[in-house]
Structures are given as C-alpha cells and as structure tokens.
Design a protein. Structure first.
Length: 276
C-alpha cells in the first residue's frame, strides 16, 4: 500500500528542488527524520540513492546542453569519492544503527543545513568579498582547492546527504568565477551523481536504505521537479532563497532541540537564568 503522505512529501520536495536548484537532501532528510520518525542513518542512505536517481536526469539535460565543466567535476570527484569511502568505513565502525551514529548524523546534518542556509542568504556577499582573491589563483592552485572542496563535500554528503547543492554551487562560483551560471549548476549536479551513488551504495551495504520508501518518494518527486522547474522563472529568486534558508534554519533548530532533548520549559529556564 502506497502512503499518500510520502508521495505528497516527495512531490513537495521535488517542486522546491526544481524551483531553487538546492539539493533535495537538505529538505528530504530532515523531513523523513522529523515528520516520519525514520532513523537518521536510514533517512540519509535512502535520500542519497533518491538523489542519485533524480540528479542523473538533471545531469543528462546539462550534458546535452553542454553546460558541464568536466575538469571541475573530475577534480571534485577525485577528492569526494575517496573521502566518501573513508567516511563510510568510519560509520561502519561506529555501527550505523547505534545511538552514537544517530547523534553524529543529526549533528552533522544540523551543521550542513546551517551551512546551506548561509550560502543561500550570503552568497552575493561571499562572492563580493572573496572573488577578487580567487581570480588571482593560477590553474594548479584552483585545481588543488577544488580537490579539497571535494573532500569536504564527500565527508559532509556521506554523513548527512546534504551539501552537494547550494554549498557546492557557492564553492564553484568562488573557484571558477569566469564560468557561466548554467555551467556552475550543471557541474555541481554532474558531480553530485557519482558522489551520492557511491555514498548511497555504501549505506546500502551497511543496511541503511529503505528501497520501498525511495520508490514512493520518487513517484511524487519526479513530476514535482518538472513542475518546479517550470515555475522557477515565475517566482523571484531572492524570495525563494530567503524562504528556503529560513526553513532550513528552523529545521536545524528543531533537530538540535530533539538531539539535546530540550523541552520548551528547560529552554525558558535557561533563558531566564542567563538574564540574571
């Protein structure tokens, strides 16, 4: 029996991904954890393979349009794929179904959500501040920096399934300021496919993928992405970014409260004590 709530969630996330281009992980993983009570590691593993499936279509479109900068993709992947494998081995040692893994996933997810929200809100300020310095880098320095960014994304995505969207785009904008925006987005999506596939297969091997759930989510999300992409040009980009960033910050806050087992009363008591 297909749960219509899962289909509706997949559709909603698909619409937002199509409208904003932000990776579904930053929306879908917290939704599965908070709304449906799914174990964090299962939510991450399922979302990684879900992302690999949805982003394959996007990368094919960008490849057809020749809007992928392959040198950047190869450099990112040369850092992210080994980092993902090492991270998965560490998670395996931790026992993904244990409490330590649950806490690790939740806390890294909070960090990744806040990083994503920051890159959405302050992208222009970050560009204005750092782009002049980045433009002075030679090709080899840019290449090394891209590999380092790939390593960071590999760790972040393998633990939380978040980071390959807005964070990756912001990093590429800094490192490749002369590339058109379509190539930046296309390269980010193309890199996300092998990364999420490798990380997702790793989580599958560790037993933290719910295939039935992934299928139901895809039923809703694929038409949602098409509709969202169609609507994207009709909604102001700034409004979209601010709304999405606000949602991500609220979700991160909710995850922190849940992880620390804070009740509204304990938060209020702490606030009162800090004012005295």
């Amino acid at each position: 029996m297909i749960d219509p709530l899962y289909v509706a969630s997949g559709f909603g996330v698909g619409v937002l991904v199509g409208m904003t281009g932000v990776g579904g992980g930053s929306l879908m993983t917290p939704l599965l954890i908070l709304l449906f009570g799914i174990h964090p590691s299962t939510a991450v593993g399922t979302d990684l393979l879900y992302a690999a499936a949805t982003k394959t279509g996007g990368s094919l479109v960008h490849g057809w349009a020749r809007s992928i900068h392959w040198p950047a993709v190869i450099r990112l992947a040369s850092g992210s794929i080994p980092a993902s494998i090492v991270t998965l081995l560490v998670l395996w040692q931790l026992d993904l179904n244990g409490e330590s893994a649950r806490s690790l996933v939740n806390l890294v997810l909070c960090f990744a959500l806040i990083l994503t929200a920051t890159s959405l809100i302050f992208r222009k300020a970050i560009m204005d501040r750092y782009r002049p310095n980045m433009e002075q880098l030679d090709t080899s320095a840019t290449g090394r920096a891209t590999v380092v960014v790939g390593v960071a994304l590999g760790v972040l995505v393998s633990i939380s399934s978040v980071g390959a969207g807005a964070v990756g785009v912001t990093a590429l904008l800094l490192l490749y300021p002369r590339l058109p925006m379509a190539s930046i987005v296309g390269s980010d999506i193309a890199h996300a496919v092998p990364l999420t596939l490798v990380a997702g297969i790793g989580h599958w091997a560790l037993g933290s993928v719910d295939w039935a759930l992934m299928g139901v989510l895809l039923i809703g999300s694929l038409p949602g992405i098409v509709i969202g992409s169609y609507c994207a040009v009709r909604v102001p980009e700034t409004v979209l970014r601010l709304v999405l960033a606000s949602v991500l910050v609220l979700v991160a806050g909710k995850l922190v409260v849940n992880e620390l087992h804070l009740s509204p009363e304990s938060i209020a008591a702490f606030a009162r004590s800090s004012t005295h």
